[in-house]
Design a protein around this ligand. Structure first.
Ligand code: BGC
Length: 428
């Protein structure tokens, strides 16, 4: 069920091109194709900036001193984790927590005086300029009330004022993919795609401004970054009944179809649904479902990583893991579970690769140029074999020309990229 043939991937790529065209033309479709009001940096951007990165597993704040010579900046940063309550209450609670976190960072790092800040907000935002944008809709399980349809920069500024955090000026707003592309392109001028493979997934790329046929706000550069919101892609996907089940139980049914097949928030749940189904049929665990698989969301993608790392011929590591979690498992159960894990993650990596290939091949069908794809996110960084399977898929699709698609991990990209954008937009 989870195998995806090269023909299927090619059909997906063709469908993706059509959805891109529609999105750029402002026609109805599954790709929002959101203008980001920024083009890749020159590499000469310099100076100290704050960067706030909000919307993944953790909130991150960075102080970045850009050197202006295409090298990695000096970064000083802190992390903090929002609670489930904070992401599901309302705008005041959410942005209040962020503002207090920023205040604490400035105090502990002794940063006084005016600070310019770039703001990475890892959700779909509708922008009309670089320094403001409204949230189109939450994803990844976030649900805070009173944010959809509002300018998130204004919400942040208000919270900073209410919490008495003075001196911080938000000069730019960007999606995390845009931040990643900007960080990648700051380091390497061949970088023209930014990709997140983490809790959620999404891709942005560099487009000719003239190709954006829907109305665009004031912007005078020849190229502009487009946030495709590829996680919402929903045409020619090889969905199974387990994907439909997962969708029905999610916070945003009917949306983010591709993300639900690819990203870290969902892979564990997909495996859990398959295992529960096969167990109910009586073919696993003697028909008694272990507690590990009993609760929706209870089997996380970290578990998949552990199982994936088990390369023993008989899945002994997986058997041990099942034993630790309680419940009686036989060696056959462990081998089956590992096979399910490999199938679900394999499909995810193949789809992730095909969607990237679709984006690059829209403007370069012959893959004549080198495209460095900046990638950030826990799934790509930490999941055993994910990157290798993506590269294998590129080769399957393009043979030798696949060498033109170069995956480049940019860790902290979405954070330091916000500083690059802040610098690029401050200098006009
Ligand atoms: C959001 C994107 C974001 C991606 C990766 C998705 O759920 O819609 O805006 O880029 O997650 O964080």
């Amino acid at each position: 069920m989870f195998a995806v043939s090269p023909e299927r991937l090619r059909a997906l790529i063709t469908a993706f091109h059509e959805e891109m065209r529609r999105g750029l033309a402002g026609e109805p479709g599954s790709l929002k194709m959101l203008p980001a009001y920024v083009d890749i940096p020159t590499g000469k951007e310099r100076g100290p900036f704050l960067a706030l990165d909000m919307g993944g597993t953790n909130v991150r704040i960075l102080w970045a001193d850009l050197p202006g010579n295409r090298s990695v900046p000096v970064l000083v940063g802190d992390l903090f984790q929002l609670s489930r309550d904070q992401i599901s209450a309302d705008a005041g609670v959410l942005f209040g927590a962020i503002a207090r976190f920023i205040g604490r960072f400035l105090r502990t790092r002794g940063l006084t005086g005016p600070q310019r800040m770039g703001f990475t907000f890892s959700f779909a935002i509708r922008q009309r300029s670089i320094a403001r944008g409204e949230l189109i809709g939450w994803t990844k399980g976030w649900t805070a009330q009173g944010v959809v349809g509002r300018d998130v920069v204004e919400l942040l500024n208000r919270a900073l004022a209410e919490e008495g955090v003075a001196g911080v000026r938000v000069v730019s707003l960007n999606n995390d993919t845009t931040g990643t592309l900007m960080a990648g392109a700051y380091l390497d001028p061949d970088c023209d795609v930014g990709c997140i493979l983490g809790t959620g997934t999404n891709i942005c790329y560099r487009e000719r401004t003239a190709a954006i046929r829907k109305p665009v706000g004031p912007y005078d550069k020849e190229f502009m970054i487009i946030n495709t919101e590829s996680g919402n892609f929903n045409a020619a996907l090889p969905r199974t009944r387990f994907d439909a089940l997962l969708d029905a139980g999610s916070e945003n049914p009917g949306l983010q179809a591709e993300e639900k097949m690819v990203s870290g928030k969902y892979l564990g749940e997909l495996v859990r649904l398959v295992v529960a189904d096969v167990c109910t049929e009586g073919f696993l665990f003697g028909g008694r479902l272990p507690a590990l698989f009993a609760v929706p969301g209870g089997f996380g993608t970290e578990r998949l990583s552990e199982i994936e790392a088990d390369v023993s011929p008989n899945a002994d590591g997986t058997l041990a893991l099942l034993g630790e979690a309680g419940g009686g498992a036989a060696p056959g159960d462990a081998r089956f579970l590992r096979e399910v894990v490999r199938s679900v993650s394999g499909r995810a990596a193949r789809l992730a690769a095909a969607v990237l290939a679709a984006i690059v091949s829209k403007n370069d069908p012959g893959l004549d140029a080198t495209h460095v794809i900046a990638v950030d996110g826990s799934l790509f960084e930490k999941y055993p074999g994910f990157r290798a399977r993506m590269e294998e898929t590129f080769r399957e699709l393009y043979g030798e020309r696949a060498g033109c698609l170069r995956l480049a991990p940019v860790s902290d990209g979405s954070g330091f990229g916000a500083a690059v954008i802040a610098a690029a937009s401050s200098s006009g």
